[in-house]
Write a protein that binds this ligand. Sequence first.
Ligand SMILES: Cc1ncc(COP(=O)(O)O)c(C=O)c1O
Length: 425
Amino acid sequence: MRLREKYVPKAVYNVTPIFVAESEKASIKDVDGNEYIDFATGISCLNVGHRNPEVLKAVSEQMERYLHLCFHVTPYEPYVELAEKLATLAPGSFDKKVMLVNSGAEAVENAVKVARRYTGRPTIITFEYAFHGRTRLAMSLTGSVHPYKYGFGPLDLAVHRTPYAYCYRCSFGLKYPACNMRCVEYIRDTLAVHLSPDDVAAIIVEPIQGEGGFIVPPKEFILGLRKICDENGILLIADEIQSGMGRTGKMFAVEHFNVVPEMVTVAKSLGGGLPIAATIGRREIMDSVQVGGLGGTFGGNPLSCAAALKAVDTVQQLLINARKLGENLTGRIKEMHEKYEIIGDARGIGLMAGVELVADRKTKKPAKEERNQVLDECLKNGLIIIGAGPYKNVVRFLPPLNINEDLLDKGLDIFENAIKAVSAR
Ligand SMILES: Cc1ncc(COP(=O)(O)O)c(C=O)c1O
């Protein structure tokens, strides 16, 4: 840690002081020999578990063949196989094409590049509390200024932000369903008065917000966005970087809403622990870009493609488990919501769940300090779990989809004891 502090900038943050020695499935051992249950999975990158044996085998077999080639110089099969798999799996019965890149931010950047090129329109509609990454455009689409955008301007100007369906803290002070989805109608008003639809290329939305606090919107929200897009020739981009790859018990979270977007971004768990991301889109949209307009040296590198091919297959086999364990998880946090005043809201689908801590249930004052104490208490007792939310008062649960049931319960017991301990202070 002393060397880390000397050589790595403080901005490149750490949320725990743990240096890892080894990891397996849902467990981490640190260099001091301490063992932890992992409910963070490298921010949702290990839906198939740490060091999944199938993924390891695929990677080591690929290592025997070749490492880097650059798809633009000498194409290779795993890239194309993965593109075919993702095109087949992504929602929509239309033909799709897939571009592989290295990170979530890059997948988002490329989705926006393609959407702007296809529509010939500049503006992207994005949401309050959204998180889409840290490169210039992705950070411009991101909601919270602190810490993501502060001091990094000028940002991309053709970005229009509008309220998300964060019903627990409705931006309009209304209550669902009496609100009649004011947040959707507000976009309609905006497009009638303030912003010409002819200038809007796409709406980019996380079907369930991740960094924004694990916010699950009502079905009508995502359906409403689809309708607005259809009415105005606007593309819908689903950012599934955190919510995709089986996290919610379906391959893509947007499937819970019966909505088909024109474009989908995936990253994180796609590589089963290796860096890879994808921009998936309707064939004619993806093909609207001139040759050479998209690309990158490392995009879809062979090792990551081999890992992803196995990770995707494995996730497909784990969907039922994710749904079943998801019921245990959401059931437990809802029980805790009944029991502990400090839990203002408990929400989630599948294994994408979060609790929001408040100092007072009436005023909903965010309990940021207490949330940090809960995370610390969990860590002390062997559970790695991380926060989320613009008010830094949400705890998010991201266990692997193949965690064993007892370990999930054990982790939840540690969490509940932490809530009890902090509530008693
Ligand atoms: C929804 C969403 N989009 C984009 C990103 C950015 O991904 P990356 O950190 O791989 O650039 C994230 C990362 O947390 C995310 O959750």
